[in-house]
Write a protein that binds this ligand. Structure first.
Ligand code: IPM
Ligand code: MG
Length: 371
């Protein structure tokens, strides 16, 4: 049996807790199969943390996250907290985790599962077999740039402002992850910015190109403006392999790419820090979807994005490729059998609840593990 792995689970708000319950079901199953032992601790983040402690992330939870082998997060946010000042907003809890754990590389794979081809809003031939990886820079750019604020001008009107900024090293370290990912996949990297209007984009392009020339001449590198990339993603998405881009463009383009796959409810993500001497990276895994307050607590949420995020955790944090595949293959089989939550429902067929989906996955994994 593998050594004990310390997992911090932060279900968060909205549908977060209910999708996370299904992950815990899989964790228990893995424990029972004695494949691995996890010690799981639960904590609060987002609005749930604000309601309990008056802050979207306590220092104690932050410390636990720093000490965990991996963090799994559900979702944060909801209308209940939308009128709070910025520093108390649920989103700040998530941003603090990303920033203080220095999780600069956010991997957002957009993969179309064959049985879901028809769930996409694009024509089947455009998305069949689609497999792209959006690599989003996660700790810099306009999300964190200073100065920022809302000030009152002398004429009485207000001015809101933020700063987009990137240093050479910030660009280089995320680009390096992009080149490495490309090498393990289709060997193509497309770097995305707005070098036609932004100085930070000019630097971004220069640094990525220089790194490619120096260390990755074997990887096919291209550059694209972000607006064109958005257009190309819905015109001909299969032209892409790995896309590397900044924090804000990555936020937008990854939602766009996610929808190509039929539902936001399917998409996992991994946020990784730099490797230490032992090769270990700090890591946080979370679904790309939000807290979906409109369907929270009704058993309608699709737990697959969170389950697939957990699979990414097994692969990237714990080198448990076989177990990750067990989850991914289980998901594929369920979809092929027509087991669907409402977000990916087939016309005229019944849907399953969040819990039923989780249980069905365990049953599939049970069969796959036997073969
Ligand atoms: C995401 C989300 C977050 C972001 C929000 C919840 C702060 O949209 O992870 O894509 O903007 O990064
Ligand atoms: Mg987003």
């Amino acid at each position: 049996m593998s050594a004990n792995k310390k997992l911090l689970v932060l279900p968060g708000d909205g549908i977060g807790p209910e999708v996370m319950d299904e992950v815990e079901r899989v964790v228990e199953w893995l424990d029972k199969k004695r494949r691995v032992t996890f010690s799981v601790e639960r904590g609060l983040v987002g609005g749930a943390a604000y309601d309990a402690d008056g802050t979207p992330l306590t220092d104690a939870t932050m410390e636990k996250a720093q000490g965990a082998d991996a963090v799994l997060l559900g979702a944060v946010g909801g209308p209940k907290w939308e009128t709070l000042p910025f520093e108390h907003r649920p989103e700040r809890g998530l941003l603090r985790l990303r920033k203080e754990m220095a999780l600069f590389a956010n991997l957002r794979p957009a993969q179309v599962f064959a049985p879901l081809v028809d769930a996409s809003s694009l024509k089947p031939e455009l998305v069949r077999g689609l497999d792209i990886m959006i690599l989003r820079e996660l700790t810099g750019g306009v999300y964190f740039g200073e100065p920022r604020g809302i000030e009152t001008l002398s004429d009485g009107q207000k001015r809101g402002f933020n700063t987009q900024s990137y240093t050479t090293s910030e660009i280089e370290r995320v680009a390096r992850v992009g080149f490495e990912l490309a090498r393990k996949r289709g060997n193509k990297l497309c770097s995305v910015e707005k070098a036609n209007v932004m100085e930070s984009g000019v630097l971004w392009r220069e640094v990525v190109q220089a790194l490619g020339d120096k260390d990755y001449p074997d990887v096919q590198l291209s550059h694209m403006y972000a607006d064109n990339c958005a257009m190309q993603l819905v015109r001909a998405p299969k032209q892409f392999d790995v896309i590397v881009t900044d924090n804000l463009f990555g936020d937008i383009l990854s939602d766009c790419a996610a929808m190509l796959t039929g539902s936001l409810g399917m998409l996992p993500s991994a946020s990784l820090g730099a490797a230490d001497e032992s090769g270990r990276r700090k890591a946080l895994y979370e679904p790309v979807h939000g807290s979906a307050p409109d369907i929270a607590g009704q058993g309608k949420a699709n737990p697959l994005a969170t389950l697939l995020s957990f699979a990414m955790m097994l692969r990237y944090s714990f080198d448990m490729d076989e177990d990750a595949k067990l989850i991914e293959q289980g998901v594929e089989k369920l979809l092929a059998q027509g087991v669907r939550t409402p977000d990916i429902r087939l016309e005229g067929t019944p849907t399953v609840t969040t819990k039923e989906m989780g249980k069905a996955l365990i049953a599939e994994m049970e069969i796959l593990a036997r073969d």
